[in-house]
Design a protein around this ligand. Structure first.
Ligand SMILES: C[S@@+](CC[C@H](N)C(=O)[O-])C[C@H]1O[C@@H](n2cnc3c(N)ncnc32)[C@H](O)[C@@H]1O
Length: 210
């Protein structure tokens, strides 16, 4: 690989921070759906948090958020926003989910946020297994995931070679069924599925059973 996986995101971070959210209505719906489940005493983990937009929106609704991303540039921007917005209950750290200390069983997070990240991980099963471990029994995963597995053959043939050399991130060719089956295989129960349009990102809420 020509570039490290973090290189793309470090280079993109400032532009990513400036670019408008593509489908604001869908994003707002996902925020609203998530907010319905949150309580003031909740402790959340967000991984692949980017510049922290979602964590900072939910911060006022919960007790604490640990928000992590493997891109130091994304986290630098998120920390600038924390200061600007005077938010005190979100901790932004440069880290990957696999290295993030998981709380003792039963003392896990009330919720894990995985927004636009599950299609980017190297091992979806391992990531979802880690999410399961990070959640307390009854805890919830909120996720939004690009599902491009049924898109055009041309697109599906262009992306892997670019991902292999690191010019673009590697993207998993998921379908909604593959995504929800992967969650179920790790012991999570899918409670809510929403895809605003064919080929749009799938919003899934899944629970670690009690
Ligand atoms: C598409 S952005 C989404 C950011 C944010 N969650 C949002 O919804 O705006 C993906 C983020 O995940 C991080 N990321 C990408 N691949 C990753 C991986 N394999 N492991 C950990 N983080 C990754 C990137 O640095 C980037 O900030």
């Amino acid at each position: 690989m020509l570039f490290q996986p973090t290189t793309f995101w470090n280079l993109m971070a400032r532009r990513y921070a400036r670019s408008p959210i593509k489908n604001l209505e869908a994003y707002q719906h996902k925020l609203d759906m998530t907010a319905r489940y949150l309580s003031p005493q909740d402790r959340l983990l967000e991984f692949g948090c980017g510049t922290g937009t979602t964590a900072l929106i939910h911060a006022a609704r919960v007790s604490h958020i640990d928000a992590i991303d493997f891109s130091s540039e994304m986290i630098a921007i998120a920390r600038e926003k924390v200061v600007e917005q005077n938010v005190t209950n979100v901790r932004f750290e440069v880290a990957e989910l696999e290295d993030w200390p998981i709380p003792e069983d039963g003392d896990g997070y009330d919720a894990v946020l995985a927004m636009s990240i599950l299609h980017l991980v190297t091992d979806l099963d391992a990531t979802l297994g880690r999410v399961y471990q990070a959640l307390k029994p009854g805890g919830l995963l909120f996720s939004s995931t690009a599902c491009i597995g049924s898109q055009s053959a041309l697109l599906r043939s262009i992306l892997p070679p670019l991902g292999a050399i690191g010019i673009l991130p590697k993207i998993l060719m998921l379908t909604p069924d593959m995504l929800t089956q992967a969650m179920t295989a790790q012991g999570l129960t899918v409670e809510h599925f929403w895809q605003p349009a064919k080929d749009a990102a799938a919003f899934v809420i899944a629970r670690r059973p009690e």
